[in-house]
Design a protein around this ligand. Structure first.
Ligand code: PLP
Length: 374
């Protein structure tokens, strides 16, 4: 008998995988380049705190051991930094794992999730994976329309995902908007989990009207706040992020969480990273300064961009397709992101790099646009 391959669940049939940014090594080899600039995954161009190497080298002798399963030292550190109980903290293999975990823990097929059009794509993906309805709300000025999203929430809504600021648009919702949104849900007598994804918190909290989400938990307890060590802390390669919520939600997530989801190195590195305020300050200052540089250059070139509260900028390159510009930039050794999967076919997203990287990006973008014009 010929053995047929197994059939995946019906939700997997049309499931599109997440497309990660292209790697430096791949592009070096493909185009035979010595230097490649990766401005594709919103990483910190300054890397991680210099204070981490000592912490990490001490751990090498114990790599044969499993990590401490509950990530106690890191949860304690987070609880201490934010003055919250330990039971209100969970850590995951990146916030990505926590997005998946909240979906796996709470979603059933007869329920829905509410997301914003052009929102970070992993929310939609977990809804699809769990076979529930994904209700999408159009954006207003490239920003989550929280009034519109509140209208879409009904009795069957289990989770609302809000990326604040959003990737890839870089836009954010103000404290007033978020408060009004939560108040509307309460008035409607609905209480879905509201996931506030603050992966770019350290950059965005520089804005005066950016919400203090931790305080809003009093108004709306069914909130799950997500933050990460992948962005400003420069630890994307270690995969570590955290969630803050009421203890009942944390306890549910914890029961579904894989037992050793955060490595020992990641736990200790994250603890050390949380203590290096100077590195965070320096990284945020660089992004503020360099965003101004990029904005000015884009204005000179006559390109439209969306002012960003994060460490990346969404740029409109019409009449050219984002994919064309992306492909041409690769040949010059610059990796950005095309935005087709976000239904933004005429945009690219660029991570704010060091000044040198940003200068190279602008120069190469000029070359590419000139080449495409003739
Ligand atoms: C809005 C947002 N949320 C979550 C993530 C996932 O980050 P990580 O899993 O590295 O913590 C990203 C990564 O780009 C993001 O942009």
């Amino acid at each position: 008998m010929k053995m047929l391959p197994p059939i995946p669940r019906k939700e997997i049939k049309n499931f599109e995988p997440y497309l990660p940014g292209r790697s430096v090594e791949e592009i070096k080899q493909k185009f035979n380049l010595k230097t490649v600039y990766k401005l594709a995954s919103n990483e910190n161009p300054l890397g991680s705190s210099k204070k981490l190497s000592k912490t990490i080298s001490k751990l090498i002798k114990d790599l044969y051991r499993y990590p401490e399963g509950s990530s106690k030292i890191l949860r304690e550190k987070i609880a201490q930094v934010y003055h919250i109980p330990y039971e209100e903290v969970i850590v995951g293999s990146g916030t990505d794992e926590l997005i998946e975990l909240v979906g796996k823990t709470y979603l059933s097929q007869d329920e829905n999730i509410v997301v914003s059009e052009h929102a970070f794509i992993r929310y939609r993906m977990i809804g699809e994976l769990m076979g529930c309805e994904v209700v999408s709300c159009p954006m207003k000025n490239y920003t989550h329309d929280l009034v519109g999203m509140a209208k879409k929430v009904n009795k069957k809504t289990k989770i609302v995902f809000i990326a604040n600021p959003n990737n890839p648009t870089g836009t954010y919702n103000t404290s007033k908007e978020l408060k009004e949104f939560l108040t509307t849900l309460i008035k409607k007598s609905v209480s879905p989990i509201v996931v506030i994804d603050e992966a770019y918190y350290e950059y965005a909290c520089q804005q005066k009207d950016y919400p203090q989400s931790l305080k809003l938990r009093k108004l709306y307890p069914n909130m799950l706040i997500l933050r990460t060590f992948s962005k400003v802390y420069g630890l994307a390669g270690l995969r570590v992020g955290y969630g803050i919520s009421r203890k009942e939600i944390i306890s549910d997530l914890d029961r579904v969480r894989p037992p050793f989801n955060v490595s020992t190195v990641a736990q200790y590195a994250a603890v050390a990273a949380l203590s290096d305020f100077q590195h965070v300050k320096k990284s945020v200052s660089l992004v503020i300064k360099e965003k101004k540089f990029l904005y000015r250059q884009l204005e000179i070139m006559g390109l439209k961009y969306i002012p960003s509260a994060a460490n990346f900028v969404l740029i409109e390159v019409s009449p050219f397709k984002g994919q064309e510009v992306f492909n041409e930039l690769l040949k010059f050794g610059v990796i950005v992101r095309a935005m087709d999967e976000y239904n933004l076919p005429y945009h690219i997203r660029v991570t704010v790099g060091t000044h040198k990287e940003n200068v190279v990006f602008i120069n190469m973008l000029k070359k590419v646009l000139k080449k495409l014009t003739v």
